[in-house]
Design a binder for this molecule. Structure first.
Ligand code: NAG
Ligand code: NAG
Ligand code: NAG
Ligand code: NAG
Ligand code: NAG
Length: 946
């Protein structure tokens, strides 16, 4: 699908400007044809020799290898893709777009000796991550340069800004789809100084296309100097700061695309009349209201501003924009009655207004839009059956009404929407059976009915009638699924995503065996007991999720045949036996490996090869033994490692301390022992670690002061520095193909006495910075430097042998929400500084040797006696032991009672990271879980595909 999408994109740009090249050479002359210059002919042939021809190097289906016909015996001016100047016979144009060129581009490539070139188009070839040669700066006559989708990578050389005659520059779409890692999506980087150079020198630019080029800076105001600019695309360029508002006033600007720059802020200006036809700001930080002057953009055809921070009413002046055919406003806070602005726009073909604050009454006029092909009214509270006006929209190809409180049955009129390719009715209250009429929609490609109350016997075979169906999500209903007999037409099925979570399945439906295109299989929350052998022969699989089932027996090593797997999740089953040793290294793409909550025994898979893609390893809650494999250091992308509740017998894995991405390390409830210290050449900075749980082990030695001093990430207050790959990862590896899949973002519960916190949103997870060393045998004093871990939200050191005072520097941890120092041998007073901790919700110093008065101000007034009990010397209002005067104190009986010291004491504020599965089983929820932006990026892709 990505190909289709890129193509649409490419076509848009390729053909917009292809006319330039022709313009350069229109003057016909009758001068005798001369031969092209030898040195240019040589340069071209030399260039040709540098590459292989591979069909897959181009994505355009009409691509063909232009260079194969190049031949020294013919005049190079007549070669395919070459144009010479009629007077000088110098080569002025090289058009090798979609020519199936494959191979490295030499830094001294002979191509750049063609200094008379005015037009160079190398788009849609694969130069396999070469750098753009700096010699490109020699082509000073260039007016048209297109390097889009050429798979160049690295820094764009500064010499590019020497091209002062450029009219059109396209470096976009150099993205890596082969790597499952987000950080590798954008292949090209453009320093902001070089961008400034381009703007300063190439003042004639009419088109600047830098989509998917990482710029990572603010945009210079000088951009408004490009007064001839007609098209500007900076989609997904990691821009931040305020967008220079003057760009909106560029007189010739027709096309502006700033999508997917989440940190790019801006407000819409007071518009003057302009030639703007396409305005795309989706998933940016643009905010404010839509100005009424938007009515002056009389040429506007496409207004796409979903996933921003807009609010307020839709100005009625929008009604003046008679050219509008595409409106996307989703995921903002628009409200009111948009009918005044929209109801007479009967030309509109796509209208996406879901996820705003509109009400159903104010959108029922949509029924008049008989030509509409795309409609999203998600989250608008319908409160009844699917609104009847939808039945009139017989041209609909895309219909989404997710989370819209739709009740009743799926109406039989649905079969009249014969063009529907996409139908999403997830997260409603639909009941009844799936009507036969639904199966009449033979154009359906994606169908989600997940999270409804549908019931009845469903024969999966029925869905094979949809010849075009690629995504099917029936998860979380009340169906009884009949797995059907594998029939001959199965193999024609194009289903690649199948989601049948919580469908009362007791076995893996056999028809799955013959789904040759199946990439993503989601069967969680069923009662499946056995994994059939044929599953391991389905080499197309990218993602398998069979968590929360009743699988028993062993995981056989034949699983390692699935070399394309990116995600394997068999969590929460009854699997036993050893983990196959190949599991760490069978797929270079494997990013997510989750086997938690089984009865697996033996060793952790020992081999992790360099270059692997593992991001999340979760073996928690099994019976695994032995040591941690040292080859884990090869997991350079590892973000999350959870081995809690096993029998691992090892010393502290300080050697993980250089893993650049490691963010969560949970070793709790094992048999780890010894000092928490750093040895050898490891820096132990744990550069991104923000959650570490070592609790319930046998760690001993002094408090690891030295180690903590090295940790970097915990010292940050700005949690925005803690970025996760996961979101982008899924976008990349699966959703880039245009379909939704079920994912578990890193989500977990912290349960402790009195507080249960579920962190199942990525943002909340970013904000969690926690240390749990509880229930070990750590001794010595808590150092003052602990106050430097400014980001700390939760600190648990309880049940150790810590001595000395409570450091007053803890008062500097202004984000601290819970602090547990109970069950140690701490002495002295509770520092008054702790009363500065205004977010502190949980505090426990019980069972120490503390003395003196308990501070009484701020949060401390809210803590009860059990926070302080078991300290003979403490007095205060919380305790029966009041601090009135010394005489009384010395005679009063010990505070509280020891009754509380029952079964709770061992788990006094025990931090227990439970990664919980969330979600509907529906891919449709994922977007929400991961944030709008993700959802939107995917949605945007989908729309483009249609
Ligand atoms: C380009 O070629 C490289 C090297 O073979 C390959 O890994 C990559 O997937 C190709 N990229 C595209 C977009 O085809
Ligand atoms: C601008 O172009 C001139 C002439 O090509 C060149 O000498 C100069 O270095 C360029 N400036 C930048 C900032 O690249
Ligand atoms: C470009 O813009 C800046 C400020 O916006 C201005 O000072 C400068 O003179 C402009 N340069 C040109 C060549 O117009
Ligand atoms: C919209 O059109 C009406 C009537 O043609 C005109 O009076 C009004 O000023 C226009 N609004 C804007 C914002 O252009
Ligand atoms: C839409 O058109 C109808 C019929 O022409 C007219 O009565 C109505 O006032 C128009 N609505 C708006 C908001 O302009």
């Amino acid at each position: 699908m990505v190909f289709v999408w890129s193509l649409v994109f490419l076509v848009q740009f390729l053909f917009l400007y292809s006319s330039f090249a022709f313009a350069c050479t229109t003057c016909l002359s009758f001068i005798q044809p001369m031969q092209c210059h030898d040195e240019e002919s040589h340069a071209l042939l030399q260039f040709k020799e540098g590459f292989d021809i591979k069909k897959f190097a181009s994505v355009n289906p009409l691509s063909y290898p232009k260079t194969t016909s190049w031949n020294a015996s013919k005049d190079c001016c007549s070669w395919d893709g070459i144009k010479c100047d009629k007077h000088t016979n110098r080569v002025i144009r090289v058009d090798l777009r979609s020519s199936q060129l494959y191979g490295k581009m030499d830094a001294n490539s002979s191509l750049f000796r063609l200094v008379h070139l005015r037009s160079l188009d190398l788009s849609d070839n694969n130069f396999t991550y070469s750098q753009i040669p700096p010699t490109i700066g020699e082509l000073s006559q260039l007016r048209y340069l297109n390097l889009s989708r050429t798979i160049f990578s690295g820094e764009i050389p500064p010499q590019i800004s020497k091209l002062s005659n450029l009219l059109s520059l396209d470096l976009g779409l150099n993205i890596d789809i082969s790597s499952p890692r987000s950080s590798a999506v954008n292949l090209l980087q453009l320093k902001s100084s070089i961008l400034r150079g381009i703007i300063q020198n190439s003042t004639k630019l009419e088109m600047l296309q830098l989509s998917y080029v990482t710029i990572s800076s603010t945009l210079p105001d000088t951009l408004t100097n490009l007064t001839l600019l007609q098209a500007l695309s900076l989609c997904s360029s990691e821009l931040h700061g305020e967008f220079p508002v003057g760009v909106f006033h560029l007189p010739k600007l027709k096309y502006l695309d700033l999508r997917y720059n989440h940190n790019l802020d801006g407000k819409l200006p007071e518009f003057q009349s302009s030639s703007l036809t396409q305005l795309e700001l989706d998933d940016t930080g643009f905010y404010g209201t839509l100005p009424s002057s938007i009515g002056k953009l009389s040429s506007l055809k496409k207004l796409s501003i979903s996933g921003c921070h807009f609010y307020g009413n839709i100005p009625s002046s929008l009604g003046n924009l008679t050219q509008l055919i595409y409106i996307s406003l989703e995921y903002n806070k628009f409200r009111g009655d948009p009918s005044a602005s929209l109801e007479n726009h009967t030309k509109i073909s796509e209208l996406y207004v879901g996820y705003n604050e509109f009400t159903i009454e104010t959108i029922s006029w949509i029924g008049k839009f008989s030509s509409i092909i795309g409609l999203d009214i998600s989250s608008i509270n319908v409160g009844s059956e699917i609104p009847l006006f939808v039945a009139n929209l017989t041209k609909l190809q895309y219909l989404s009404a997710q989370k819209s409180n739709i009740k009743g049955e799926i109406p039989s009129w649905i079969m009249n929407l014969t063009n529907l390719a996409y139908l999403n009715l997830a997260q409603n209250s639909l009941h009844g059976e799936i009507p036969n009429s639904l199966f009449r929609l033979e154009n359906l490609e994606r169908l989600s009915l997940c999270n409804n109350l549908l019931h009845g016997m469903v024969e999966l075979d029925m869905f094979l009638k949809f010849k075009k169906l690629t995504v099917l999500n029936l998860s979380f209903n009340k169906f009884s699924l009949l797995s059907g007999k594998s029939s001959s037409n199965v193999t024609e099925s194009r289903i690649c995503v199948l989601q049948l979570a919580s469908c009362n399945l007791v076995e893996i439906p056999t028809f799955i065996r013959d789904l040759n295109d199946l990439e993503c299989l989601m069967l969680s929350n069923n009662n499946i007991t056995m994994l059939p052998n044929w599953l391991w022969r389905k080499a197309s699989l990218i993602s398998i999720t069979i968590s929360y089932n009743s699988l028993t027996g062993q995981i056989y090593s034949s699983i390692c045949n699935l070399k394309s797997l990116v995600r394997l999740d068999l969590s929460f089953n009854n699997l036993s036996g050893n983990v196959p040793s190949c599991l760490g290294n069978f797929s270079q793409n494997l990013a997510i490996l989750m086997l938690k909550g089984n009865n697996l025994s033996g060793l952790i898979p020992q081999t992790y090869l360099l270059g692997n893609s593992l991001q999340m390893i979760d073996f928690s809650n099994n019976n695994l033994q032995g040591q941690l494999p040292r080859t884990l250091v090869n997991c350079r992308w590892l973000e999350y490692f959870d081995i809690r509740h096993n029998n691992i017998n090892d010393s502290f894995p300080f050697w993980l301390g250089d893993l650049p991405e490691l963010k969560v390390l949970d070793l709790s409830h094992n048999k780890f022992f010894g000092d928490i210290e750093c040895y050898g050449n490891v820096t132990c900075t744990f550069p991104k670690l923000h959650i570490i749980d070592l609790s319930h082990n046998e760690f001993s030695g002094n408090f690891p002061t030295e180690m903590i001093q090295r940790w970097k990430a915990m010292k940050t207050c700005s949690t925005s520095q803690l970025q996760y790959e996961q979101e982008a990862f899924y976008f990349q590896s699966l959703n880039f193909k245009g379909y939704w899949t079920e994912t578990d973002p890193y989500s977990f519960t912290i349960s402790n006495k009195g507080l249960v916190m579920v962190y199942n949103r990525l943002q909340e997870f970013f904000n969690m910075i926690a240390i749990d060393f509880s229930s070990n045998k750590i001794n010595g004093e808590i150092p003052q430097i602990i106050g430097e871990l400014k980001g700390l939200v939760s600190l648990n050191l309880s049940n150790n042998i810590l001595t000395g005072n409570i450091p007053s520097s803890l008062g500097k941890l202004s984000n601290l929400e819970s602090l547990d120092l109970s069950l140690n041998k701490l002495s002295g007073k509770i520092p008054q500084q702790l009363t500065q901790l205004t977010f502190l919700e949980f505090f426990n110093v019980s069972f120490n040797n503390l003395s003196g008065a308990i501070p009484q101000n701020n949060q401390f007034a809210t803590f009860l006696d059990n926070s302080f009990e078991g300290n003979k010397g403490l007095c205060g209002d919380q305790l029966s032991h009041k601090c009135l005067d010394h005489a009384r104190l010395s005679f009063s009986s010990p505070s509280a009672s020891d009754d509380d010291d029952d079964d709770d004491s061992g788990s006094l504020f025990e931090l227990d990271w439970k990664v919980v599965l969330i979600g509907c089983g529906s891919g449709f929820v994922v977007g929400v879980a991961l944030g709008n932006t993700f959802y939107h990026q995917v949605l945007g892709l989908l729309k483009r595909i249609f």
